[in-house]
Design a binder for this molecule. Structure first.
Ligand code: TRP
Length: 328
């Protein structure tokens, strides 16, 4: 079957994935495989802009790849690889940096946010982050980049860099990527407050056991105004209800929506229902993950093979790029 074009997306190696990663990105990556030729990259080089040590990088890359594969990334169809395995991206990054205005990079909201987050480590790589991201995308001649709303300015920026490059060297060697806005699903953590993230420890790990999952779900913050079991609740402000809407059968959602408001169902029961549905949903993922773990070196082989396939595309692009630039 001919596909509609090439999708590229990248994510930093954050180790074991959580429900927020799954609902916000991975699920979408899996679905896109049906329509597109997909290239998915674990961006370890980008990670270097923020980490203090590289000691967890290998394990985090491995665990993330494992979760992606267990969730349904098909390595025979798609390319799953590690950014640093294709060093051509660093070369392209350098060339692209010369057609990128520094002031535009330092003006980006994501850069300003990083300055706030790590004022003691405003490194050169941090400024060039979106240029490296552009190199990722265009190296593989990607047509479409699925990203969340926070990354959308980076893709717009990538398009500008591509136009500058193609104009400067009078070429069509680089393709302007299109953004594909993923269904905006901001998953709130178990604290009921912030976006689910590992660093805030408000996450539910996909690979956790059913018992651990129940324990985490029990900790979820519900409608804060509902103090006692006999108080009526408001599902509209309850994160557990939001999760039910994503995860549970419609009849159950409707029942909770009605019963919570009249104190017909309590939070403990409501959470337990969610945990049960979540565990059921994650059953195939967990089974697949266990199977992959038992196949020693399988994940490493997948990443190695993906790297080689990615590199073959990258090398072709770089020949065109160097030619267009008339490098001696
Ligand atoms: N910047 C992305 C993030 O922080 C990760 C990333 C790197 C990426 N290269 C990319 C995303 C290319 C899409 C396309 O989440």
């Amino acid at each position: 079957m001919t596909k509609k074009g090439r999708v590229f997306s990248g994510a930093r190696p954050t180790g074991r994935q959580h429900l927020g990663n799954y609902l916000g990105a991975i699920r979408n990556y899996v679905a896109l495989q049906a329509e597109y030729d997909c290239v998915y990259c674990i961006v370890d080089v980008h990670a270097l802009t923020t980490v203090e040590t590289t000691q967890d990088l290998k394990l985090n890359t491995f665990e993330m790849a494992l979760d992606w594969l267990a969730a349904g990334i098909r390595p025979d169809e798609s390319i799953l690889f590690v950014q640093s395995h294709v060093p051509e991206v660093m070369e392209l990054h350098t060339y692209l940096s010369m057609v990128t205005q520094l002031g535009k990079l330092t003006d980006l909201p994501t850069f300003k946010e990083k300055i706030r987050q790590q004022p003691e480590n405003i490194n050169y790589g941090l400024v060039g982050y979106p240029v490296l991201m552009t190199a990722d995308i265009v190296l593989y001649k990607s047509d479409v980049v699925p990203v969340g709303i926070d990354q959308a300015p980076h893709i717009e920026f990538a398009r500008e860099i591509v136009r500058s490059f193609n104009y400067r060297y009078d070429t069509k060697a680089l393709i302007e990527p299109q953004v594909k806005h993923t269904e905006v699903l901001k998953v709130i953590g178990i604290d009921g407050k912030d976006k689910m993230s590992k660093s805030l420890n408000n996450h539910i790990e996909l690979a956790s056991t059913p018992e651990e999952t129940i324990k985490r779900v029990r900790e979820m913050v519900t409608d804060p105004a509902r103090q006692r079991r006999t108080d009526p609740g408001n599902p509209d402000v309850c994160n557990v209800f939001t999760m039910h809407k994503i995860m549970s059968p419609q009849v159950e959602v409707d029942m909770i929506n009605t019963e919570c408001r009249i104190a017909g169902i309590g939070c403990v029961d409501c959470k337990l229902r969610f945990a049960t549905n979540l565990n059921k949903h994650l059953e195939p993922f967990r089974a697949k993950r266990a199977e992959l773990v038992s196949q020693e070196s399988y994940v490493q082989d997948v990443l190695h093979d993906g790297g080689q396939r990615a590199r073959a595309i990258a090398q072709k692009t770089m020949i065109e790029v160097r030619e267009a630039m008339q490098l001696p």
